[in-house]
Design a protein around this ligand. Structure first.
Ligand SMILES: [Fe+2]
Length: 274
C-alpha cells in the first residue's frame, strides 16, 4: 500500500485544523480586543470634572470603567459623585477619604483643610452612600491588571508613592504586568525592568517583560500644576496606556465650594492644580 496519499491527506487535515484553530482563537480574543478601559481616581466630589471625564471617555469609545477611589472629600458634590459611580456598577477600590467619610468620626489625622471637608462631607452623604463607601475593597484584579488606591505593600496605611523607592515596595506585591493607582493626585508611571525608573504616561506602550505601576492622576483635584481633570485610557488592543487631560467648568465647581461653606482655599487651589 502506498503511504504517500495517506500522508498527504493527513497533512491537509492538520493544516485545515490549524487554520480553524487560529480563526477560533481570534474569535475568542475578539471581545478582549474591543475592551477599552477608562481608569479614573480621586474624583473628590467634583461633579463638573467627573461629568467631563466620563463624557470624554464615552466619546473616546471606552467600553469599561474602573474607579480607584476617593470618590468623596474636598469638593461640594459627594452624594452626586457617589451616585454616578455606584450606578456605573464598575470595579472600585477604597480611598482614604472614602474610608473616613463612612465612619462616624475621623480615625486618623487629616490636615485641617481635609478634616474640615470630611466633616462637611459626612453630613452631606446618605446612610446608603456611606454603606456603599464602607463595602469597597482595598485592592483587586480587573481582567489582567491590578487596581489599588495608595500602595500594594500596605493598602490600608495610605502611604504615598512619589519616588522609585516607594514604587519598589509596591512592585514586590505586584503579580500582574500592570497596576493602576491614585492617591498622590500626580499622574505618572513607574517601570520595573533591571531597576525601577519613573516615566511619563502620555502614550505608554506596555511590554510583557516589565512591570508598570501607573498613577492615573486626579479627576477632581489635580496637584501637578495643571488644573485640568486627569484620567487614563487603557487600550487593550494596542497594549497602550494613554494619559488624558480634560477641561471642565471650574468656575461652577469653585462657586459651589464657597456657597457650601467649605474652606475657600479648596476653591482657590483647584485653579492652580495644587
Ligand atoms: Fe485623594
Amino acid at each position: 500500500m502506498n503511504g504517500f496519499p495517506l500522508c498527504f491527506a493527513a497533512c491537509r487535515i492538520w493544516r485545515a485544523s490549524w487554520k480553524f484553530r487560529s480563526i477560533y482563537e481570534s474569535l475568542i480574543a475578539y471581545p478582549n480586543l474591543l475592551m477599552r478601559f477608562a481608569i479614573f481616581s480621586d474624583l473628590h466630589a467634583n461633579l463638573e470634572a467627573t461629568e467631563a471625564v466620563l463624557a470624554d471617555a464615552r466619546e473616546r469609545e471606552c467600553t469599561h470603567f474602573v474607579c480607584l477611589g476617593d470618590v468623596v472629600g474636598y469638593n461640594a458634590n459627594p452624594h452626586e459623585c457617589v451616585e454616578i459611580v455606584r450606578k456605573m456598577d464598575c470595579p472600585v477600590v477604597k480611598g482614604n477619604h472614602d474610608e473616613q467619610a463612612s465612619l462616624a468620626e475621623s480615625s486618623r489625622g487629616f490636615n485641617a483643610l481635609a478634616e474640615a471637608a470630611i466633616n462637611w462631607t459626612r453630613e452631606h452623604l446618605t446612610e446608603e452612600d456611606k454603606e456603599w463607601l464602607r463595602q469597597m475593597r482595598m485592592s483587586r484584579q480587573v481582567r489582567d491588571f491590578t487596581i489599588v488606591h495608595a500602595t500594594l505593600d500596605s493598602p490600608d496605611q495610605w502611604a504615598y508613592v512619589f519616588n522609585n523607592l516607594d514604587a519598589a515596595a509596591s512592585f514586590t506585591y505586584q503579580h500582574t504586568t500592570v497596576c493602576f493607582f491614585g492617591h498622590t493626585h500626580v499622574p505618572g508611571a513607574f517601570v520595573r525592568d533591571e531597576g525601577v525608573k519613573r516615566v511619563k504616561v502620555d502614550q505608554l506602550m506596555i511590554e510583557e517583560s516589565k512591570k508598570y505601576f501607573i498613577n492615573v492622576g486626579s479627576v477632581g483635584q489635580p496637584r501637578d500644576g495643571d488644573w485640568r481633570a486627569a484620567y487614563c485610557i487603557y487600550h487593550i488592543d494596542k497594549n497602550v496606556v494613554e494619559q488624558r487631560r480634560i477641561k471642565y467648568d471650574l468656575a461652577t465647581t469653585q462657586k459651589k465650594i464657597i456657597q457650601a461653606g467649605l474652606p475657600r482655599l479648596l476653591a482657590e487651589r483647584l485653579e492652580l492644580g495644587r
